[in-house]
Design a protein around this ligand. Structure first.
Ligand code: FEO
Length: 174
């Protein structure tokens, strides 16, 4: 059993992960429209990952005899100023998610709730990886700059990064 406070906090996290999934799917669609197929694939995979993050908490809440709530769906924005700005937004969103996970961890210490603390360790690690990935991506985008061929090179770079991530995941699943 988890406390009502913890259940409410975890339900908020479910909503945050669901919003990330929805926003990233919208970004994927925009990239597709812009002809940025590498970026579209990358954001599609990110969207699917966020849904998995959401479901993992969802199942945990129900398993602990609390009530996991299906979040409301708010339509995310579907137009972005540029691919550079879009990735800046992704990075900012990931930092926001990390801050929310850290708040949950603090709540675990406060109660204390060692079981949820253990459960959240996976998220602490996942957020470290996600932030590192986005930071690498932002560095590459800055290096490529905004010259005439920049969109082509950004798309290729993101496609390459996506393939590396997928290969690492496949290796981890073996
Ligand atoms: Fe599940 Fe990328 O936050």
């Amino acid at each position: 059993m988890i406390s009502n406070t913890m259940a409410a906090a975890l339900n908020e996290q479910i909503a945050l992960e669901a919003h990330a999934s929805s926003l990233y799917l919208s970004m994927s669609s925009w990239c597709e429209q812009e002809g940025l197929t590498g970026c579209a694939q990358f954001m599609r995979r990110q969207s699917e990952e966020e849904r998995e993050h959401m479901l993992r908490i969802f199942d945990y809440v129900n398993e602990r005899n609390a009530h996991a709530l299906t979040p409301a769906t708010h339509q995310p924005k579907h137009k972005f100023e540029s691919v550079q700005k879009m990735f800046e937004e992704v990075y900012a969103h990931e930092k926001k998610v990390t801050a929310a996970i850290m708040k949950l961890v603090e709540q675990c210490y406060k109660e204390p709730d060692h079981t949820t603390l253990l459960f959240l360790q996976w998220y602490v690690e996942e957020q470290r990886e996600e932030e590192a990935l986005m930071s690498t991506l932002m560095d590459k985008i800055k290096l490529i700059g905004t010259g005439g061929q920049s969109l082509y090179y950004i798309d290729k770079e993101v496609e390459r990064l996506n393939a590396t991530e997928m290969a690492a995941e496949a290796e981890g699943a073996e």
